[in-house]
Design a protein around this ligand. Structure first.
Ligand SMILES: *Cc1c(COP(=O)(O)O)cnc(C)c1O
Length: 410
Protein backbone atom coordinates (compact mmCIF):
# COMPACT_ATOMS: atom_id res chain seq x y z
CA UNK A 1 0.00 0.00 0.00
CA UNK A 2 1.58 3.25 -1.13
CA UNK A 3 1.90 5.82 1.60
CA UNK A 4 0.75 8.82 -0.46
CA UNK A 5 -2.42 7.10 -1.63
CA UNK A 6 -3.58 5.58 1.65
CA UNK A 7 -5.98 7.36 3.95
CA UNK A 8 -7.28 5.20 6.85
CA UNK A 9 -10.36 7.38 7.36
CA UNK A 10 -11.47 7.03 3.71
CA UNK A 11 -10.53 3.38 3.56
CA UNK A 12 -12.50 2.52 6.71
CA UNK A 13 -15.51 4.54 5.56
CA UNK A 14 -15.60 2.64 2.28
CA UNK A 15 -15.53 -0.71 4.08
CA UNK A 16 -18.31 0.47 6.41
CA UNK A 17 -20.82 0.96 3.62
CA UNK A 18 -22.45 -2.44 3.96
CA UNK A 19 -26.06 -3.43 4.56
CA UNK A 20 -27.54 -5.71 7.19
CA UNK A 21 -29.30 -8.91 6.22
CA UNK A 22 -32.68 -7.14 5.97
CA UNK A 23 -31.35 -3.91 4.53
CA UNK A 24 -30.59 -2.46 7.95
CA UNK A 25 -28.01 0.31 8.20
CA UNK A 26 -26.01 -1.91 10.55
CA UNK A 27 -24.60 -5.33 9.84
CA UNK A 28 -26.49 -8.28 11.27
CA UNK A 29 -25.08 -10.46 14.02
CA UNK A 30 -24.59 -14.01 12.75
CA UNK A 31 -24.81 -15.95 15.98
CA UNK A 32 -24.70 -19.46 14.49
CA UNK A 33 -21.81 -21.69 15.42
CA UNK A 34 -22.42 -24.05 12.51
CA UNK A 35 -23.54 -23.54 8.92
CA UNK A 36 -25.54 -25.64 6.49
CA UNK A 37 -24.39 -26.76 3.08
CA UNK A 38 -26.93 -27.43 0.37
CA UNK A 39 -25.28 -30.63 -0.81
CA UNK A 40 -23.40 -33.24 1.19
CA UNK A 41 -20.54 -33.18 -1.34
CA UNK A 42 -19.75 -29.55 -0.38
CA UNK A 43 -18.62 -30.56 3.12
CA UNK A 44 -15.34 -32.28 2.12
CA UNK A 45 -14.50 -29.35 -0.16
CA UNK A 46 -14.79 -27.00 2.83
CA UNK A 47 -12.55 -29.20 4.96
CA UNK A 48 -10.00 -29.41 2.18
CA UNK A 49 -9.99 -25.62 1.79
CA UNK A 50 -11.24 -25.78 -1.81
CA UNK A 51 -14.22 -23.64 -0.82
CA UNK A 52 -13.60 -20.71 1.47
CA UNK A 53 -15.41 -17.99 3.37
CA UNK A 54 -13.77 -15.10 1.55
CA UNK A 55 -13.91 -16.51 -1.98
CA UNK A 56 -17.14 -18.51 -2.00
CA UNK A 57 -19.04 -17.21 1.04
CA UNK A 58 -18.97 -20.74 2.45
CA UNK A 59 -18.80 -21.03 6.21
CA UNK A 60 -18.09 -24.19 8.18
CA UNK A 61 -17.89 -23.66 11.91
CA UNK A 62 -17.62 -20.51 14.00
CA UNK A 63 -14.14 -21.16 15.44
CA UNK A 64 -12.93 -21.31 11.84
CA UNK A 65 -14.71 -18.29 10.39
CA UNK A 66 -17.81 -16.49 11.57
CA UNK A 67 -19.32 -13.95 9.11
CA UNK A 68 -19.69 -11.14 11.68
CA UNK A 69 -16.19 -11.62 13.09
CA UNK A 70 -14.85 -11.84 9.56
CA UNK A 71 -16.66 -8.62 8.67
CA UNK A 72 -14.98 -6.79 11.57
CA UNK A 73 -11.65 -8.23 10.42
CA UNK A 74 -12.21 -6.75 6.95
CA UNK A 75 -13.11 -3.35 8.43
CA UNK A 76 -9.94 -3.36 10.51
CA UNK A 77 -7.89 -4.49 7.52
CA UNK A 78 -9.33 -1.49 5.66
CA UNK A 79 -8.35 0.75 8.57
CA UNK A 80 -4.81 -0.66 8.64
CA UNK A 81 -4.29 -0.90 4.88
CA UNK A 82 -3.72 -4.65 4.88
CA UNK A 83 -5.04 -7.26 2.50
CA UNK A 84 -6.85 -9.27 5.16
CA UNK A 85 -7.50 -9.65 8.87
CA UNK A 86 -9.26 -11.68 11.50
CA UNK A 87 -10.30 -10.96 15.05
CA UNK A 88 -9.82 -12.93 18.23
CA UNK A 89 -10.60 -12.90 21.93
CA UNK A 90 -7.96 -10.43 23.17
CA UNK A 91 -4.89 -8.45 22.26
CA UNK A 92 -2.74 -11.12 23.92
CA UNK A 93 -4.46 -13.79 21.80
CA UNK A 94 -3.56 -11.79 18.68
CA UNK A 95 0.08 -11.39 19.73
CA UNK A 96 0.60 -14.98 20.88
CA UNK A 97 -1.12 -16.49 17.82
CA UNK A 98 0.83 -14.29 15.40
CA UNK A 99 4.16 -15.19 17.02
CA UNK A 100 3.32 -18.93 17.29
CA UNK A 101 2.34 -18.92 13.60
CA UNK A 102 5.57 -17.29 12.47
CA UNK A 103 7.96 -19.20 14.76
CA UNK A 104 8.70 -22.90 15.05
CA UNK A 105 10.53 -24.61 17.90
CA UNK A 106 14.11 -23.30 18.01
CA UNK A 107 13.32 -20.03 16.26
CA UNK A 108 14.22 -16.62 17.63
CA UNK A 109 12.54 -13.24 18.10
CA UNK A 110 14.09 -9.79 18.39
CA UNK A 111 11.81 -7.56 20.46
CA UNK A 112 11.77 -4.00 21.67
CA UNK A 113 12.76 -3.95 25.33
CA UNK A 114 9.90 -1.53 26.10
CA UNK A 115 6.69 -3.45 25.45
CA UNK A 116 3.45 -4.25 27.26
CA UNK A 117 4.05 -6.39 30.37
CA UNK A 118 1.98 -9.30 29.06
CA UNK A 119 3.95 -9.39 25.81
CA UNK A 120 7.18 -9.20 27.79
CA UNK A 121 6.13 -12.18 29.91
CA UNK A 122 5.08 -14.11 26.78
CA UNK A 123 8.54 -13.65 25.23
CA UNK A 124 10.58 -13.99 28.43
CA UNK A 125 8.83 -16.79 30.29
CA UNK A 126 6.12 -18.53 28.28
CA UNK A 127 7.52 -19.02 24.77
CA UNK A 128 10.96 -20.39 25.76
CA UNK A 129 9.40 -22.88 28.20
CA UNK A 130 6.41 -23.98 26.14
CA UNK A 131 7.58 -23.58 22.56
CA UNK A 132 11.37 -23.34 22.55
CA UNK A 133 11.18 -19.86 21.02
CA UNK A 134 13.68 -17.42 22.51
CA UNK A 135 13.81 -13.63 22.46
CA UNK A 136 16.57 -11.04 22.54
CA UNK A 137 15.55 -7.54 23.57
CA UNK A 138 16.99 -4.36 22.13
CA UNK A 139 16.36 -0.66 22.44
CA UNK A 140 14.05 -0.09 19.48
CA UNK A 141 15.47 3.37 18.81
CA UNK A 142 19.00 1.97 18.51
CA UNK A 143 18.88 0.44 15.01
CA UNK A 144 22.42 -0.95 15.21
CA UNK A 145 21.57 -2.75 18.46
CA UNK A 146 18.38 -4.13 16.88
CA UNK A 147 20.27 -5.50 13.90
CA UNK A 148 23.06 -6.91 16.10
CA UNK A 149 20.46 -8.95 18.00
CA UNK A 150 19.50 -10.98 14.89
CA UNK A 151 20.58 -14.61 14.60
CA UNK A 152 20.19 -17.00 11.64
CA UNK A 153 17.04 -18.31 13.40
CA UNK A 154 15.35 -14.91 13.86
CA UNK A 155 11.89 -15.04 12.30
CA UNK A 156 10.24 -12.01 13.90
CA UNK A 157 11.11 -8.44 14.81
CA UNK A 158 8.45 -7.33 17.31
CA UNK A 159 7.75 -3.77 18.37
CA UNK A 160 5.02 -1.44 19.50
CA UNK A 161 4.54 1.66 17.35
CA UNK A 162 4.65 3.78 20.48
CA UNK A 163 6.03 1.88 23.43
CA UNK A 164 4.09 1.10 26.58
CA UNK A 165 4.63 3.02 28.82
CA UNK A 166 7.79 4.89 27.79
CA UNK A 167 6.35 6.34 24.56
CA UNK A 168 9.42 5.64 22.45
CA UNK A 169 8.57 5.85 18.76
CA UNK A 170 9.61 3.02 16.45
CA UNK A 171 11.00 3.99 13.03
CA UNK A 172 8.94 1.39 11.19
CA UNK A 173 10.45 1.73 7.71
CA UNK A 174 13.98 1.34 9.09
CA UNK A 175 12.92 -1.64 11.22
CA UNK A 176 11.15 -3.28 8.25
CA UNK A 177 14.33 -2.92 6.20
CA UNK A 178 16.36 -4.65 8.93
CA UNK A 179 13.81 -7.45 9.37
CA UNK A 180 13.52 -8.08 5.64
CA UNK A 181 17.30 -8.08 5.17
CA UNK A 182 17.34 -11.06 7.56
CA UNK A 183 14.31 -12.81 6.07
CA UNK A 184 12.23 -12.04 9.16
CA UNK A 185 8.75 -10.51 9.53
CA UNK A 186 8.13 -7.15 11.18
CA UNK A 187 5.22 -7.58 13.61
CA UNK A 188 3.87 -4.31 15.01
CA UNK A 189 1.55 -3.86 17.98
CA UNK A 190 -0.35 -0.70 16.94
CA UNK A 191 -2.67 -0.59 19.98
CA UNK A 192 -1.59 2.96 20.97
CA UNK A 193 -1.87 4.45 17.46
CA UNK A 194 -4.94 3.32 15.49
CA UNK A 195 -5.75 5.74 12.61
CA UNK A 196 -2.72 7.84 13.62
CA UNK A 197 -0.06 5.57 12.16
CA UNK A 198 -0.52 2.82 9.58
CA UNK A 199 2.37 0.37 10.10
CA UNK A 200 1.62 -1.60 6.90
CA UNK A 201 2.40 1.39 4.67
CA UNK A 202 5.80 1.65 6.39
CA UNK A 203 6.63 -1.99 5.72
CA UNK A 204 5.12 -3.95 8.62
CA UNK A 205 4.17 -7.51 7.64
CA UNK A 206 1.74 -8.18 10.46
CA UNK A 207 -0.17 -5.65 12.58
CA UNK A 208 -1.75 -6.69 15.87
CA UNK A 209 -4.19 -4.78 18.05
CA UNK A 210 -5.72 -4.94 21.44
CA UNK A 211 -9.21 -3.77 20.47
CA UNK A 212 -9.83 -3.45 24.22
CA UNK A 213 -8.25 0.02 24.18
CA UNK A 214 -8.86 2.96 21.80
CA UNK A 215 -10.52 1.00 19.01
CA UNK A 216 -13.44 -0.13 21.16
CA UNK A 217 -13.10 2.90 23.40
CA UNK A 218 -15.65 2.04 26.08
CA UNK A 219 -13.61 -0.25 28.38
CA UNK A 220 -16.45 -2.76 28.27
CA UNK A 221 -15.01 -5.68 26.33
CA UNK A 222 -11.76 -7.52 25.65
CA UNK A 223 -10.86 -8.24 22.01
CA UNK A 224 -7.97 -8.43 19.56
CA UNK A 225 -7.14 -8.47 15.86
CA UNK A 226 -4.41 -9.72 13.50
CA UNK A 227 -4.04 -7.89 10.18
CA UNK A 228 -1.77 -8.87 7.31
CA UNK A 229 -1.54 -10.57 3.96
CA UNK A 230 -4.34 -12.94 2.98
CA UNK A 231 -2.07 -15.99 2.89
CA UNK A 232 -0.90 -15.32 6.45
CA UNK A 233 -4.45 -14.87 7.79
CA UNK A 234 -5.38 -18.07 5.93
CA UNK A 235 -2.50 -19.92 7.62
CA UNK A 236 -3.76 -18.80 11.06
CA UNK A 237 -7.05 -20.56 10.25
CA UNK A 238 -5.52 -23.74 8.81
CA UNK A 239 -7.29 -26.79 10.19
CA UNK A 240 -4.00 -28.60 10.88
CA UNK A 241 -1.47 -25.89 11.74
CA UNK A 242 -3.39 -22.65 12.34
CA UNK A 243 -2.65 -20.97 15.69
CA UNK A 244 -6.03 -19.23 15.87
CA UNK A 245 -7.88 -22.32 14.68
CA UNK A 246 -6.17 -24.71 17.09
CA UNK A 247 -5.45 -22.59 20.16
CA UNK A 248 -9.01 -21.35 19.76
CA UNK A 249 -9.12 -17.79 21.21
CA UNK A 250 -12.37 -17.15 19.35
CA UNK A 251 -14.18 -13.81 19.29
CA UNK A 252 -17.90 -13.90 19.98
CA UNK A 253 -19.88 -12.41 17.05
CA UNK A 254 -21.77 -10.20 19.52
CA UNK A 255 -18.46 -8.66 20.59
CA UNK A 256 -17.51 -8.21 16.92
CA UNK A 257 -20.76 -6.32 16.35
CA UNK A 258 -20.13 -4.07 19.38
CA UNK A 259 -16.62 -3.18 18.22
CA UNK A 260 -17.81 -2.53 14.68
CA UNK A 261 -20.38 -0.03 16.01
CA UNK A 262 -17.58 2.03 17.61
CA UNK A 263 -15.42 2.29 14.46
CA UNK A 264 -17.27 5.22 12.81
CA UNK A 265 -16.26 7.56 15.65
CA UNK A 266 -12.76 6.17 16.20
CA UNK A 267 -11.03 8.98 14.27
CA UNK A 268 -13.10 11.65 16.05
CA UNK A 269 -12.18 10.19 19.42
CA UNK A 270 -8.49 9.85 18.62
CA UNK A 271 -8.30 13.43 17.36
CA UNK A 272 -9.89 14.69 20.59
CA UNK A 273 -7.70 12.51 22.86
CA UNK A 274 -4.72 13.92 20.95
CA UNK A 275 -5.86 17.54 21.10
CA UNK A 276 -6.30 17.42 24.87
CA UNK A 277 -3.11 15.46 25.54
CA UNK A 278 -1.10 17.98 23.50
CA UNK A 279 -2.50 20.95 25.46
CA UNK A 280 -1.83 19.29 28.82
CA UNK A 281 1.64 18.03 27.83
CA UNK A 282 2.67 21.43 26.46
CA UNK A 283 1.60 23.22 29.65
CA UNK A 284 3.22 20.57 31.86
CA UNK A 285 6.42 21.03 29.91
CA UNK A 286 6.25 24.82 30.31
CA UNK A 287 6.04 24.57 34.10
CA UNK A 288 8.99 22.17 34.24
CA UNK A 289 7.12 18.92 35.04
CA UNK A 290 8.88 15.74 33.85
CA UNK A 291 6.43 14.98 31.07
CA UNK A 292 6.96 12.70 28.08
CA UNK A 293 4.75 13.15 25.02
CA UNK A 294 5.68 12.47 21.38
CA UNK A 295 3.98 15.72 20.33
CA UNK A 296 6.52 17.81 22.24
CA UNK A 297 9.32 19.03 19.95
CA UNK A 298 11.92 17.97 22.53
CA UNK A 299 10.73 14.33 22.52
CA UNK A 300 13.73 12.35 21.15
CA UNK A 301 11.69 10.79 18.33
CA UNK A 302 9.38 13.74 17.63
CA UNK A 303 10.58 13.94 14.02
CA UNK A 304 10.17 10.19 13.45
CA UNK A 305 6.65 10.39 14.85
CA UNK A 306 5.73 13.35 12.64
CA UNK A 307 7.07 11.66 9.55
CA UNK A 308 4.93 8.56 10.17
CA UNK A 309 1.70 10.27 11.23
CA UNK A 310 -1.40 10.25 9.07
CA UNK A 311 -2.89 13.75 8.79
CA UNK A 312 -5.43 15.09 11.26
CA UNK A 313 -5.08 12.70 14.19
CA UNK A 314 -2.43 14.37 16.34
CA UNK A 315 0.12 12.59 18.53
CA UNK A 316 -2.22 10.38 20.53
CA UNK A 317 -3.82 10.33 23.96
CA UNK A 318 -0.98 8.95 26.08
CA UNK A 319 1.49 10.90 28.12
CA UNK A 320 3.66 10.03 31.09
CA UNK A 321 4.66 12.09 34.09
CA UNK A 322 7.62 11.13 36.23
CA UNK A 323 6.91 12.03 39.85
CA UNK A 324 10.31 10.72 40.96
CA UNK A 325 9.29 8.22 43.59
CA UNK A 326 6.45 5.82 44.13
CA UNK A 327 4.88 7.45 47.19
CA UNK A 328 4.59 10.80 45.46
CA UNK A 329 3.10 9.13 42.39
CA UNK A 330 0.54 7.37 44.57
CA UNK A 331 -0.41 10.58 46.45
CA UNK A 332 -0.72 12.42 43.12
CA UNK A 333 -3.05 9.81 41.62
CA UNK A 334 -5.10 9.50 44.85
CA UNK A 335 -5.69 13.26 44.79
CA UNK A 336 -6.60 13.31 41.12
CA UNK A 337 -9.15 10.53 41.44
CA UNK A 338 -10.63 11.01 44.89
CA UNK A 339 -10.43 14.78 45.37
CA UNK A 340 -10.58 16.25 41.86
CA UNK A 341 -12.42 13.51 39.98
CA UNK A 342 -9.91 14.14 37.20
CA UNK A 343 -9.96 10.51 36.12
CA UNK A 344 -9.68 6.94 37.34
CA UNK A 345 -6.85 5.08 39.02
CA UNK A 346 -7.04 2.13 36.67
CA UNK A 347 -4.97 0.22 34.16
CA UNK A 348 -5.89 0.13 30.46
CA UNK A 349 -6.24 3.08 28.11
CA UNK A 350 -8.31 4.58 25.34
CA UNK A 351 -11.37 5.15 27.54
CA UNK A 352 -13.51 8.31 27.46
CA UNK A 353 -12.33 9.17 30.98
CA UNK A 354 -8.68 9.66 31.87
CA UNK A 355 -7.10 6.45 33.19
CA UNK A 356 -3.86 6.58 35.17
CA UNK A 357 -1.53 4.06 36.76
CA UNK A 358 2.04 3.78 37.98
CA UNK A 359 3.45 1.43 35.35
CA UNK A 360 6.29 -0.12 37.40
CA UNK A 361 3.86 -1.43 40.01
CA UNK A 362 1.04 -2.33 37.59
CA UNK A 363 1.04 -3.02 33.84
CA UNK A 364 4.83 -3.40 33.68
CA UNK A 365 5.25 -5.30 36.96
CA UNK A 366 5.99 -8.45 34.92
CA UNK A 367 9.39 -6.90 34.17
CA UNK A 368 12.29 -7.55 36.55
CA UNK A 369 13.88 -4.56 38.31
CA UNK A 370 16.75 -4.68 35.81
CA UNK A 371 14.38 -4.81 32.85
CA UNK A 372 12.37 -1.91 34.30
CA UNK A 373 15.55 0.14 34.66
CA UNK A 374 16.73 -0.78 31.14
CA UNK A 375 13.35 0.24 29.73
CA UNK A 376 13.42 3.52 31.67
CA UNK A 377 10.32 2.77 33.75
CA UNK A 378 10.99 4.46 37.08
CA UNK A 379 8.93 3.78 40.24
CA UNK A 380 7.33 7.24 40.06
CA UNK A 381 6.36 7.06 36.39
CA UNK A 382 2.62 7.67 35.94
CA UNK A 383 1.06 6.74 32.62
CA UNK A 384 -2.01 8.74 31.69
CA UNK A 385 -4.47 7.96 28.95
CA UNK A 386 -6.04 11.39 28.58
CA UNK A 387 -9.82 11.29 28.35
CA UNK A 388 -12.24 13.33 26.29
CA UNK A 389 -14.77 14.31 28.96
CA UNK A 390 -15.19 17.50 30.96
CA UNK A 391 -13.89 20.99 30.33
CA UNK A 392 -10.22 21.08 29.36
CA UNK A 393 -9.46 24.19 31.46
CA UNK A 394 -10.97 22.49 34.52
CA UNK A 395 -8.82 19.44 33.83
CA UNK A 396 -5.69 21.55 33.62
CA UNK A 397 -6.52 23.32 36.90
CA UNK A 398 -7.03 19.93 38.60
CA UNK A 399 -3.76 18.55 37.26
CA UNK A 400 -1.80 21.64 38.30
CA UNK A 401 -3.35 21.62 41.75
CA UNK A 402 -2.43 17.96 42.33
CA UNK A 403 1.14 18.53 41.10
CA UNK A 404 1.56 21.47 43.49
CA UNK A 405 -0.02 19.57 46.39
CA UNK A 406 2.59 16.78 46.13
CA UNK A 407 5.42 19.28 45.62
CA UNK A 408 6.22 18.19 42.05
CA UNK A 409 6.15 21.78 40.75
CA UNK A 410 6.41 25.14 42.45
C1 LIG B 1 -3.52 -3.96 26.56
C2 LIG B 1 -2.43 -4.21 25.61
C3 LIG B 1 -2.21 -5.49 25.10
C4 LIG B 1 -3.02 -6.69 25.54
O1 LIG B 1 -4.33 -6.59 25.10
P1 LIG B 1 -5.57 -7.39 25.79
O2 LIG B 1 -6.73 -7.04 24.94
O3 LIG B 1 -5.67 -6.92 27.21
O4 LIG B 1 -5.21 -8.84 25.72
C5 LIG B 1 -1.20 -5.63 24.18
N1 LIG B 1 -0.43 -4.60 23.79
C6 LIG B 1 -0.62 -3.35 24.25
C7 LIG B 1 0.25 -2.24 23.77
C8 LIG B 1 -1.62 -3.11 25.19
O5 LIG B 1 -1.79 -1.86 25.68
Amino acid sequence: MARDTFDPVRSLAASKHTFGEHGGVNLSIEASTTFTVMAASTMPELFAGRRTADRDGCYLYARHFNPTVYHLGRELAALEGTESGYCCASGMAAISAAIMQLCDHGDHVVASRAIYGGSHALFTDFLPAKAGVTTTYASITDLAAVEAAFTPRTRVLFTETLSNPTLEVADLAALAAIAHRHGAALVVDNTFCPVMITPAIHGADVVVHSLTKFINGASDLVAGAILGRADFIGRLMDLHTGALMLLGPTMDPRAAFEVSMRLPHLALRIAEHSRRALVLATRLDEIGARVTYPGLPRHPQHAVMKRQLNPGQGFGGLLTLDLGDRDRAYRFMDLLQNHHRFGFLAVSLGYAETLMSASASSTSSELSDDALAAAGIGPGLVRMSIGITGDLEDRWAQLLDALRAVGAVA
